[in-house]
Design a protein around this ligand. Sequence first.
Ligand code: SF4
Length: 458
Amino acid sequence: MKKDIKENCAVFGIRSNEDVFDSIYYGLYSLQHRGQESAGIATYTRSLDRINIHKDMGLVPDVFKDVYLQGNSGIGHVRYSTTGESDIENTQPLMINYAKGGFAIAHNGNLVNPQELRSILERRGGVFSTTTDTEIIAQLIAQEHLKTGTFIEGIKSAMNYLRGAYSLVILQDDKIIGVRDPWAIRPLVLGKSGDAYAIASESCAFDALGMTLIRDIKPSEILVIGDKLDSYFGRKERTAHCMFEYVYFARPDSVIDGVSVYEVRKNLGRILAKKAPVKADMVVPIPDSGINVAIGYAQESGIPYGEGLIKNRYLGRTFIMPEQKEREIGVKIKLNPIRSEIEGKSLVVLDDSIVRGTTIKRIIKILREKGAKEVHVRISCPPLRFPCYYGINMQSKEEFVARKKSIEEIRKKIGADSLVYTSLEGLIKAIGLPREKLCLACLTGDYPVREEQMKLEV
Ligand code: SF4
């Protein structure tokens, strides 16, 4: 359960011989965990040579109540605002028209050089109608298209300027184009069913549609889904897949860069059980983020797994309380311990991460109030100490309790009997990808997109 970290966005695109609106709708539905503020779909109607867009604030089923867009290709987006205001102007997909035509675009990730790019584009005559990175990317592609003569060369050229995380889907006429930044920070996958090809932020969207996951979009790849698949590549950089997708953001039933998110989380639990065994009566997850890790911990330790905390799943995203009230009853409304399960027992409580430590402190308090004898906390992510600039809304570095306090001090602050985090080595082992292919910047401060790369020669 997290209040301090928000998911970013999700993109989806599909081309088929049949109408694609329903596929985009259900694809976005299964990606809703990545963004709940707004949703949008764009489709291309060949007979009219027209791109149709509908988007609004709200969840997928609310935004597309009584809406249908015709077309055999289309893209979609769900948004949590990490840059730009959370308002209707900044919803996606975004449509851009220019001298060589038009396209719709949807984006997941954050640029680290948006101001610089914006002023360059404004100097070249660009006028902006939103405050999003996405419009910067779209205008840059359009301007580079005009300069280079072809759309693909325009994208390639734009990639020379873009710094940071961008997984894109673009609808240009009836073609779908998927683009992944050279660091491949955010996920992007290709799926297939019959004649239809789709691109999505996570493979769980394909499962929902009965599609097969083919592969990940490669770092720096521009994949065009037209009458056939064509692949092009922009500039190269070191690969840096976000470790936090595996730890927290992605759905556990997704496979990212060839690795099952569920298996990573179970591995993290097993590794924690080996690293920090404890005599306890029950392994208790903090739902939902701690569930898979707790299963791994229970399997490795032999301690029974139990649902000691029940989550209220019907609060919705509009659950906002005045601060004082929130402090008093916020956690109790969201999570309720089952007294008969935990009374008199020593518990191992599993969660994915600690930002400020206030939520876990309240959870430990309510577990003790319901009779828990001991509460041992195990955290599957090493201590978070640095902000994320690549599309994850983490608080500024002052918010991270691990910057100011030792682990023993954090244990005392949250009121746990013991507190152990997974080590950096344990995390890398659990993911199973080479360290040099991961972004670990919020743990280490070693950012893959280096500052000197943000200086652009234009
Ligand atoms: S800084 Fe952390 S959350 Fe951000 S991309 Fe890197 S690993 Fe992911």
